[in-house]
Design a protein around this ligand. Structure first.
Ligand SMILES: Cc1ncc(COP(=O)(O)O)c(C=O)c1O
Length: 415
């Protein structure tokens, strides 16, 4: 279905049936990415003696159960960060030991649900260790450390290590951390770090260096001698703007030896975990919308669509780049335009200074690489409805989430 007319007809049909805008996921691409992650796990295990490698798909990237079930089919695990994500993981029948709760600043009630669900929790501050320890003394926990090195990430907002992040516990506070652990007789079975989101080949060295520093840090403390699990977080990137794809062989070559060395130094280690989020669904997903208006003001073309910052917030939030294409405008002249949504905010711009074919109202716009942090970050700001989601395989499609309705949104209002 690669030619424009076929795609146009197929997508036109989907928009007519499910409404515009619409998230669509190509199942084949999703399955290929799950397979790549599984191959990564198997190859890394090949480097190691007995240590297992487990891949936990980070539910926050896209929590649709249709995606979670495919992830599960490939034998991958999950991590989650809220009770809704946990519930979805459970409903998709991930066994307890395949779920990890990686949270930040949660209250006692949430901790209780996690504890009573038999899910391993990863805590990321001394204060959270104190709260957890006071209600569940003697239990197993993981701890998120901030390795102190500069993180990797596509924008400052997603760099999660170093001096400017809210995440993890830094070395200067370890004495206090060990005291809290002892006070509640907690058993630290795992250590976690997540350097940031979206690294590609040019940052592999920095990523691996970050892992080495993490290991050096762990080696300095006898208190960590019995740790069984090392979790290296997520961050595997995808090309949004024509960059080279992440070269897993290169990553494995560079990372494999570092993990192997650590495995030899730490006889207690049983498992390395990773938490890829974006990598799995990102490239399988697109958001489709319609062009509603075109205007030319102050020498600038503005293409007004129904894909606003409430449907896909990454461009407004991180200045993120998404490729866009207008379907159906193949005979029109090329222009340079800003493409924007229908929200009453100047920042509601999806793409700036793009060369596109001059569209007409009603044309379809496709926004690529919207499968991760697309729907999961969507909101109802200005009262717009969150779109439906559809999975397709060749030209067979199935609805995997209904489009919201005004009635549904008004249900929570106390009149
Ligand atoms: C702790 C943790 N693990 C995993 C992820 C997933 O990261 P990514 O989608 O970049 O792979 C995130 C995302 O920010 C995270 O905060």
């Amino acid at each position: 279905m690669e030619n424009n007319t076929q795609l146009n007809n197929f997508f036109q049909g989907l928009l007519n049936r499910y409404g515009s805008p619409l998230y669509v996921y190509n199942e084949k691409i999703l399955r290929e990415r799950c397979q790549t992650i599984l191959n990564f796990k198997n190859s890394l295990e090949g480097y190691l003696n007995n240590t297992k490698v487990n891949m936990h798909y980070s539910t926050k990237a896209n929590n649709n159960p249709a995606i979670l079930k495919i992830v599960k089919e490939y034998g991958l695990n999950v991590d989650c960060m809220s009770l809704l994500e946990l519930d979805l993981n459970k409903k998709c029948e991930f066994e307890d030991k395949r779920i990890l709760y990686v949270c930040n600043n949660i209250d006692k009630d949430e901790m209780d649900v996690v504890f009573n669900s038999n899910i391993l929790i990863c805590l990321d501050s001394i204060s959270q260790i104190e709260t957890w320890g006071s209600i569940h003394p003697g239990s197993d926990i993981m701890i998120r450390l901030n390795p102190g090195v500069e993180g990797v990430g596509h924008s400052q907002e997603v760099i999660t290590a170093g001096k400017k992040t809210k995440f993890g516990i830094t070395e200067e506070n370890y004495k206090e951390m060990f005291e809290a652990i002892d006070k509640y007789n907690l058993n630290v079975i795992g250590l976690h770090q997540h350097l940031g989101s979206l690294f590609l080949n040019d940052k592999i060295d920095k990523y691996v260096k970050g892992v080495e520093s993490f290991f050096e840090l762990i080696n300095r403390y006898t208190e960590f001698d019995n740790v069984k699990i090392i979790d290296l977080g997520g961050g595997f990137g995808v090309p949004y703007n024509g960059e080279e794809k992440l070269d897993f062989n290169l990553l494995i070559n560079k990372l494999g030896n570092v993990l192997k060395k650590f495995e030899q130094e730490h006889k207690s280690i049983e498992e390395f975990k990773f938490e890829p989020g974006r990598y799995i669904p990102c490239e399988s997903g697109m958001i489709l919308g319609r062009v509603n208006a075109i205007k030319h003001e102050n020498n600038t073309y503005w293409i007004g669509t129904d894909i606003g910052m409430n449907q896909l917030v990454r461009p407004s939030m991180y200045d993120a780049y998404h490729r866009v294409k207008i379907l159906g405008a193949s005979n029109s002249p090329e222009i340079t335009a800003n493409i924007c949504g229908n929200v009453c905010e100047s920042g509601d711009v999806l793409a700036k200074d793009r060369k596109i074919k001059l569209p007409i109202p009603g044309d379809i716009i496709m926004v690529y690489n919207a499968g991760a942090y697309g729907y999961s970050m969507a909101s109802n700001y200005t009262g717009r409805l969150r779109p439906a989601e559809v999975m397709y395989n060749d030209n067979q499609d199935r609805l995997i989430r209904y489009r919201e309705t005004i009635d549904y949104l008004e249900k929570s209002i106390v009149w």
